[in-house]
Design a protein around this ligand. Structure first.
Ligand code: FAD
Length: 290
């Protein structure tokens, strides 16, 4: 099913993000990921998105997961694709491969800039990639949005102008960067609407399950953490059970409030594990039609 149809549903659309496991020469981690997804299948996800290493570092594994999600789990897959350091020809081949595999959707990204500064100038921004995908394929396209502004953006307002360009070029849905303050998401949606963006803006939720993981994730993107939440995690950072409970409870409250606001869906950053997301969905969505 394509993105437009998926978000026409009246129920809250549940989707999950996974990534190709690293250091997995014998494929054990990939099998583990598939069994975690098998668990998550019981929540009827409309979509599983699969990340893509900027520059194509995980291409083979990403494609394998996308095909297995589609063929074995019978869930609609959405590969991510990044255009930084990638040639026109490579992108064309990739799009063809995905369409041949029966894929209908793609999350089009620029990707993080390589540290050595070598970039391919064919595609400088995600909006260029989206335009190209729409010309070259019949894929439905999603784009990334940043409730607190992208790390390189001069201002949130400017970032939203570029986000509008992504929808003008053909993005059907926006998935947001993780955030911990719902107010930031609500304000972002309001500003996007004011800027003329009318596609669904789906919040990305990260259930925190480890203190180090939180530090790593938040060092990669611009995201504020409520003081009370952060100090509770810091105080008990060596107690992994406490951190998990605190992180899952926090995400549950966050999701409850988001659902009450009438959002289009919830996109969970699963980090390839099912336990936290399962607990949240069972607690928060049990009374919802999903
Ligand atoms: P763009 O939309 O191109 O924006 C990048 C910067 O350029 C922003 O500051 C923006 O304001 C500015 N900009 C945009 N358009 C223009 C323009 N026309 N002129 C001037 N400035 C402009 N990374 C991966 O490597 N692999 C993944 O699988 C992956 N998945 C992600 C999934 C989600 C939901 C999100 C939110 C992010 C993901 N990322 C992934 C991270 C993403 O690649 C980085 O955040 C990257 O730095 C920006 O990508 P973008 O598509 O948002 O870029």
């Amino acid at each position: 099913m394509n993105l437009k149809k998926i978000y026409e549903q009246t129920e809250i659309v549940i989707s999950f993000e996974v990534f190709p496991p690293k250091d997995d020469a014998n494929g054990e981690k990939l099998e583990k990921l598939m069994s975690e997804l098998e668990v998550l299948r019981r929540y009827h996800p409309s979509l599983v998105s699969v990340t893509y290493g900027a520059g194509g570092s995980t291409r083979g594994k990403s494609e394998e997961i996308v095909c297995r999600v589609k063929n074995e789990l019978k869930i609609t897959p959405m590969p991510h694709f990044t255009c930084v350091s990638t040639s026109r020809e490579t992108i064309k081949n990739y799009l063809q491969a995905m369409e041949t595999a029966g894929v209908e959707n793609i999350l089009a990204l620029r990707g993080d800039l390589p540290k050595d500064g070598t970039i391919c100038h064919d595609f400088l921004h995600a909006s260029d990639l989206i335009e190209f995908i729409k010309q070259e394929s019949s894929l439905s396209v999603a784009a990334a949005g940043y409730p607190e502004g992208h790390a390189e953006a001069d201002s949130l307002q400017k970032d939203i102008e570029y986000l509008k360009l992504k929808t003008d070029k053909g993005a059907d849905v926006i998935y947001t960067q993780l955030f911990f303050e719902n107010e930031k998401y609500f304000q972002f949606v309001e500003k996007c609407t004011h800027a003329g963006i009318s596609v669904p803006i789906v919040p990305g939720i990260l259930p925190v399950t480890g203190y180090k993981q939180l530090a790593k994730m938040t060092s990669l993107c611009r995201v504020s953490i409520p003081e009370k939440f952060l100090s509770a995690l810091e105080k008990h950072k060596d107690d992994s059970d406490y951190v998990k409970k605190c992180g899952i409870d926090f995400a549950m409250n966050q999701c409850r409030e988001l659902i009450e606001s009438g959002l289009p869906g919830l996109h969970f950053y699963t980090l390839n594990k099912s336990f936290a997301v399962s607990e949240i969905i069972e607690s928060v969505c049990s009374s919802q039609a999903i």
